[in-house]
Structure formats: structure tokens, C-alpha cells
Design a protein around this ligand. Sequence first.
Ligand SMILES: [Fe+2]
Length: 250
Amino acid sequence: MAQSLRIAQISDTHIGASHEPYNGVDMRGQFQRVIAELARRPLDLLIISGDLALMDGEIEAYDWIKQQLADFPVPYLIMLGNHDRLETAMSVFNLPKEDVHHGEFYFYRQFNECHCLFLDTSSYYLSLNQQQWLQQMVQQIKGDILLFMHHPPTLCACQFMDQHHALRNYQEVWQFFLTLPSIKHIFCGHYHTGCDITVSDKWIHLTPSTMLQIDRVSSELVLDKKIFGWRMIEWTQNQPLKTTVEYLQN
Ligand SMILES: [Fe+2]
């Protein structure tokens, strides 16, 4: 029987230190609704792709998220975004020390025959160390690779975010990515939008925020607080990858 892996990706939860809504958004309530929905789904893994905390790695946010996921039916992995802090996240989530390299949190996991790589762009850069590590990993891995990183590795036709919040070394990073043909699916957050775009030979899958969405067309910051969502990823050996974005409404 073909091996498979079912992942839910949530992103940019931006949980604050208090229970109070922020700019009219109840991040904790929305997070709970998303988790309750995902707990009913057939899943193998939950990935939280960065910006767990509202602003600056608030420990109350990490404590609360950990508490909310204590009874979640499948394992979860966290990644760092630019609003997260490694030391605090390590202390709360007991992150493995061997996944921390010179102050950055990046790692590899294998699930069945599916190979997953997780990068750290919390500095707004993809460091040279990580690029070298990625190159080594890609050379070693035989089989399908799913790559997860908080920031998209290049511009994504999202006017406001591309202009103001893109990965700072995206030009160098994208040139490097183009030398890695086995990287075909890149799953990101940070842009607070849900879409799938192709650039050259690769798919970039942007996953919506569980907090609020940012308009892709406007060059001004236009927020959508009515919907919040997540991404489902279904990998089956020797079959095309399936992935969809889903939303709940306020
Ligand atoms: Fe971010």
C-alpha cells in the first residue's frame, strides 16, 4: 500500500499576552475554533509555521498555545516567525537542542517516506548556514521533499507584503532555490493570505493566518478580519501532492 501523510498547516496565530481582542480580532477564540475543527479531521501532523506570538515572543502566548494543544489528537511541530523568540519558544515547547544551530532553529523530519525540511527566517533572512545545510540535505535525500519556511522565498504577487515585508535576501535565496530541482513544494506563512502560485518550476503555497488576512491586490495595507483559515496537505507516495486552503468566518 502506498505511504501517505496528512498535514494541517496553521500560521500567524499572533496570540497575545492577554485574552483581550487586538484591533477587534479575538485571536484566541479563532485559534480555538480552528483547532476544534482540525481535531475532527483525519490527520497525522499539525505544523504551526511561525508568528505564534502577537509581537515579540510573548511567553504567555506560548504557554497558552501549548495548553490548547495538550490534548490535540496528533503531534504538532512549531517553526519560528519574525514575531517569535527562540529562547522563549525553546523553554516553553521543549524544542530539541540539536535543532538549534548558531541561534537558528531549523531541522529535518521524516514521516513514512515523506521528507520534510523546516527553515528559520525569523531574522527576515535565510542565512548562508541554512542555505548550505539545505543543499546538503537535498543531496542526501532520495524521495519527495516538502519544504516549510515562514517567509516566502521570493516575491509572490502580493503587492503590500512583497513591497514591505518580503524576505530581505529573497533575490539571492531564489537564485539558490533554482539550483535545487527536487524542491518543488514550498509551504509558507507570513503573508496572511491563502493561495498557490508557481514560479519557475516550483509551487509556493501561502497559508492563511488564523488571525486576519491581508489583501493581495492593494499596495496599501487592507485587512480582512472576517475570515481565518488553514491549509490541508495530503502527500501520497508516487501521486501528485494535494493541498487546499480552508476558512472559517466570523
Ligand atoms: Fe511574519
